[in-house]
Write a protein that binds this ligand. Sequence first.
Ligand code: PMP
Length: 317
Amino acid sequence: MTTTEPDPGTIVYFNHRFMPLRDATVSILTHALHYGTGVFEGIRGYWAAKEHELFLVRPMDHFQRWKANAGILRITVPHSALELSEIAAELCRRNDFQTDIYIRPLAYKSAARIGVSTDDTDSFSIVAVPFGVYLDSSKGLHAGVSSWRRVEDNAIPGRAKICGAYVNSALASDEARRCGFDEAIFLTESGHVAEGATCNVFMVRHGQIITPPSTDNILEGITRASIIELAHSELGLGVEERSIDRSELYVCDELFFTGTAVEVGPITQVDHRLVSNGRVGPLTRDLRDMYFKATRGKLDRYRHWLMPAHRSALVTV
Ligand code: PMP
């Protein structure tokens, strides 16, 4: 799906200061624009009207992942995860968001010159925009196994949200939509299920929840980690991390995607085959409901996942 372009007056954080989006511009020679040498993140914030508060979901985990993965490209983000979370919260306050939002941090090689080597300047930006439903999964999603294979860790590491690697997701996502699917499922070069174009995959078989291991070229999703925690703590169910065969997708009992944008997206058809009886399965429904409540501040046990943007400390950087 595509989202609309944000208002150019939206306040963003760029070159170490807050400014309108219209002023946050880069040279057309920027290294990352040509060679894909950036690492980005995606964080959601949910507006809780009753509490008049905007809850950022696991911002510390997202910013820690961002900083660590930027290191794969030897990009340094010059702030702690806490300082970055506070900048994100300040952005929400300056824009006075009273709606669900999405935050997009981007760290990138910013030298404006020709040449692929990366031994020079880094920059970063953080943008927050209003954001609603990404994939409408209310009736269940139809997923299609892509003809494109997932990038290999020793080619472009999929565990990092590296800009250039998203050509892989864009090709698969475009193909899926043109073929009438809602989302693609990537296989690895060895033929195992890796993940969706923008989300992780979980399967339920014989009462066991299973998801591909982090060594099958997946992005180590924060929503994936949240679902593993909810399954364990709320349902007393362990999640098995093991390789999944393509044909297991056709014989499993339940299948769902997880991701910051996708949230928990039940898959009710895969490659024109119904998943079980073609209805959203019970474990998927329970996990989706719990994730929904936890991220909206309705489960006290998971309040520590949330940062209240309007009430958090004033930005100190
Ligand atoms: N895989 C890919 C390729 C993604 O782009 C995303 C979205 N960030 C995910 C998985 C899910 O990760 P997360 O739950 O951290 O958003």
